[in-house]
Design a protein around this ligand. Sequence first.
Ligand code: SF4
Length: 356
Amino acid sequence: MELAVITIEDYAKYPFLKQASSKIQNLDFTIQSIAEDPSILKRAEKRIEAAILDLTTGEPDKDERNEITAYAASLIIAIATKKPWIKKRYALAVAKTAYSDMLKYKNANEKQAKTKIYTIARDFGWNIIDGQKIAGQSVGKDFGVHFANYLKNAAHMHKPEWKLVNQIISNGYIYINKEKAARLLQEEIKSRVEKRLDIDEIKNLPEDINLITNKLNVLAQDIIGQETEEMPKEVTMTAFPPCINALMMEAKQAHHLSHIGRFTLTSFLLNIGMTAEAVNELYKTFSDYNERLTRYQIEHIAGERGSATKYTPPQCSILQTHGVCRNRDELCRYSYHPLKYYKKKIESAKPKANSP
Ligand code: SF4
């Protein structure tokens, strides 16, 4: 197969490519020059903000050179946040955006999509061949991907369509279509960006960059909730805040919860000391209960998988926006977070030291 010609548009779309790195070096900028260019800084900030909020990299700058520079600047900013959650999320957003982009080409440009994917795969050192035929016989697949490249990137994919028994395998190659190849490349891209971000700190950053990192850290904290703090050892159901009681009621009666409702309830229960097993039991009555998926989600929220971040429920202000905050009571006026409410209620129920 032939390699595609990498254009300036491609460098802007796939700035993680090795070939793009040399392009970035040729642009000849420094941290100081980035900090002095508000439009680059703004776009770099937007890239990470969009990653935090919805796992994308946002609307690209129309000028490809600016977009490439903003990518480099975004790496500096992501490192400067010193937050593993932000770094992992940004790497995933870059990878997911590239994945969608690789599949954008419709029928007329199928060949172009295939060549682009092939070129990106080669940049990652894949052993990849055309998948139309095996020994002259048509198999109608886009690519043959070497076993080693397939296994490395499909390790976390558990659906039957990824299992080896369901693949066409010949001479060490696994024959797949371009959608699957792009999905495997998403994993490669995520790992590469994560490696680039694996730096503890960059010293003496300009103040403008520090201000942006502070803003992004606050935003991330809003999304993943407050840092876990010391919670009472025993679970006290009578201290649950009204929103959690409403979610428990809904779970019992409707056997269904919205995505944010389920996330809030699960993270709340895990943070007050309920076991993953007990939370799983709660969801067993749900009409859409799927044991493997539910366990995976609970373990993910508990920080036992993925980014190793133990999630906490979102703050009250976010729960209000999403309609999860219900039946507010007096104590809610002095709480900004369901876990704070819970702790306060337990403390207020304790007998005072000097009371009779
Ligand atoms: S104010 Fe906070 S704790 Fe109270 S019901 Fe609303 S979300 Fe829950």
